[in-house]
Write a protein that binds this ligand. Sequence first.
Ligand SMILES: C[S@@+](CC[C@H](N)C(=O)[O-])C[C@H]1O[C@@H](n2cnc3c(N)ncnc32)[C@H](O)[C@@H]1O
Length: 202
Amino acid sequence: MDSDYWNKIYQKKSETEVSWFQEIPQKSLELIDSLRLPVETKLIDIGGGDSRLVDYLLARGFKHLTVLDISAISLQKLKARLGPDADKITYIETDIVNFTPSESYQLWHDRATFHFLTDLAQIEKYLSTAYNALSAGGHLIVSTFSKTGPEKCSGLNIAQYSEDDLKKLFGRFFQNIKCFENTHHTPWGTTQNFVYCGFKKL
Ligand SMILES: C[S@@+](CC[C@H](N)C(=O)[O-])C[C@H]1O[C@@H](n2cnc3c(N)ncnc32)[C@H](O)[C@@H]1O
């Protein structure tokens, strides 16, 4: 994966000029809220970029938030937006495929990053990294384009998944809690169908 590619996108486009922008990451927050996690939970957002998810998690009192992204520029933009709250977050700039976690997490969240891995070896690496990074009882939330979603994102090929595909793939490592589809409205009014799944590491 090419970090320059993503850095150029984040350099050129403002927050609301990218298709994935969400004023409120509603479905992620609903899933996270449903888990009733303590504020001490260590949470990592994979490919979080400058998503507003962490703003809402900080507002809920979560104390240990990490955002991982391949793009240094996206993380700089996130820090700039957070202002005085920027110090409350840990930032990891890496390709998820090369990520070796140095600590354990209790929640792994990924919206619209996993689907960029189209090579089987990368997918396997992602799954084993997520499994090893999560402590027993930890949760994983993954959200990708569905079978009726777009075939590309930002000019890159993606892999589309059905609920069953995600259950099969992640079910090898985790117990499924729930899955659902959701329509995302881009800032310019088009729609993109996503599938969300929540899992638990036993
Ligand atoms: C479509 S955006 C989604 C951003 C955010 N999760 C959200 O929902 O707003 C995909 C993000 O994944 C990051 N990304 C893409 N490939 C990656 C990889 N191999 N490792 C880490 N981050 C990656 C991009 O830089 C970008 O921030």
